[in-house]
Design a protein around this ligand. Structure first.
Ligand code: TRP
Length: 340
């Protein structure tokens, strides 16, 4: 039997190149050998955007376009909208009993996000518990393999703690532990080389970036500040242009030659950057074209989303029954009569 994948993204904006190397690439490959569920995590996105539901609403469509444009194939993968699966929220409520409040407060992913978003003082209960809701996403869809970026590792770990606790408390094995699948290049830095690529930091290239946008971002990319003259030897480590070439240039030998040349001296930053611009353009151009074409037919895109969501809903209903049986809370009237 094919192993199950459950994965997803928050629809807070268009997806960017960081998403592509971090997990989309894996999902596109794995959808052939796995049974894949891809979730547009709108409810999770609302945990820190609850006051802007229209932003999340409109980005559901954008993310769906991105998925289809990069090659997530709706005949192979079930793409669905999280908020339309009520069983997820029911399971979250039961899962909340499987984790201590203290443990939640120490989840590194949540702590980092709180810091980045300056919400230390104002964090809501909903945001604090989103890792538990994510555990429910994974468990309800029986996710065994989770293609995600490295920042999500603590959440997968916490999911497995919840799964083990659940199975031991209810003497069952209905829930499976999940394994993260990291890409070889799990974390793409922003053009400044400091933070990870992220839309909110303004250093990200979307999957439909124009040639001009690619040029602009690459031109201001951080290289080696000590590499002043073309003939000087330059450093490869920490040089963002090379990090991107490692992630995007399919010709590994060429990247190696460029690195050697740069370290020897004689390869200018501008020549190097022009090469990267072309490499990124080759990657993005087909996505950009697919996206344009798909945008001409919004009804078809919405229909695909509707179909995926219906399929996911059936799967969620089935699995929740199984889980409630294991918890022995799936009361039926005949049980009630013997209980009284
Ligand atoms: N937390 C993920 C993100 O920040 C989105 C997500 C929600 C997810 N549920 C998931 C990822 C389950 C993998 C598995 O984009």
């Amino acid at each position: 039997m094919k192993k199950r994948i459950l994965t997803g993204d928050r629809p807070t904006g268009q997806l960017h190149l960081g998403h592509y190397v971090g997990s989309l690439k894996n999902r596109i490959e794995m959808q052939h050998s796995h049974e894949q569920f891809v979730m547009i995590a709108d409810a999770q996105a609302l945990t820190d955007n609850y006051d802007h539901p229209e932003k999340i609403r409109s980005n559901i469509f954008e993310v769906m376009l991105d998925y289809l444009a990069v090659g997530i194939d709706p005949s192979k993968s079930t793409i669905f909208i999280q908020s339309q699966i009520p069983q997820l929220f029911e399971l979250t409520f039961y899962f909340l009993n499987m984790v201590t409040y203290n443990r939640l407060k120490h989840n590194p992913t949540v702590k980092m996000e709180m810091q980045q978003k300056g919400m230390e003082e104002t964090v809501t209960a909903g945001f604090m518990i989103y890792p538990v809701s994510q555990a429910a996403d994974i468990a309800l869809f029986g996710g065994e393999v989770i293609p995600v970026g490295a920042d999500q590792m603590p959440i997968i770990e916490q999911t497995n703690e919840i799964v083990r606790r659940f199975n031991s408390v209810y003497h069952t094995d209905v829930l499976k532990e999940a394994q993260p699948l990291l890409s070889l290049c799990p974390r793409l830095p922003g053009a400044d080389g400091k933070a990870k690529m992220s839309k909110s930091l303004g250093n990200a290239l979307t999957l439909s970036a124009s040639f001009k946008e690619i040029e602009e971002v690459v031109k201001k990319m951080y290289t080696d500040p000590a590499h002043l003259r073309v003939e000087d030897p330059g450093k490869v480590e920490g040089n963002v242009v090379f990090t991107y070439l490692d992630a995007f240039d399919p010709d590994l030998n060429r990247v190696k030659e460029l690195k050697d040349h740069y370290q020897r001296g004689g390869l200018g930053d501008m020549t190097l950057k022009r090469h990267l611009i072309q490499v990124l353009e080759n990657c993005v151009a087909p996505f950009r074209e697919n996206r344009e074409r798909l945008k001409q037919n919004p009804q078809m895109v919405l229909d695909l989303l509707q179909e995926g969501t219906s399929r996911a809903k059936k799967e969620g209903q089935r699995k929740l029954e199984e889980i409630k049986d294991a918890m022995r809370i799936n009361y039926r009237l005949d049980h009630f009569s013997t209980m009284r």
